[in-house]
Design a protein around this ligand. Structure first.
Ligand code: F3S
Length: 60
């Protein structure tokens, strides 16, 4: 699973970074970003983060 965040959809609600801080972080631009080397398999929280995103900005 290789997560991607669509910057046109992300509204910066930060839920993904809250739910899955091993993989997602908030940038200075106010949008979420995938942490370099973020490992969904290891973290085990990517799907939950994607399901919780209000704009469905996270895809795999
Ligand atoms: Fe953006 Fe969705 Fe995360 S709106 S901050 S990608 S939960």
């Amino acid at each position: 699973m290789n997560p991607k965040i669509d910057p046109d959809l992300c509204i910066g609600c930060a839920l993904c970074a809250e739910i899955c801080p091993e993989v997602f972080e908030m940038g200075d631009d106010g949008l979420a970003h995938v942490i370099e080397g973020g490992n969904c398999e290891e973290a085990g929280c990517c799907q939950e983060a994607a399901d919780s995103c209000p704009t469905e900005a996270i895809t795999f």
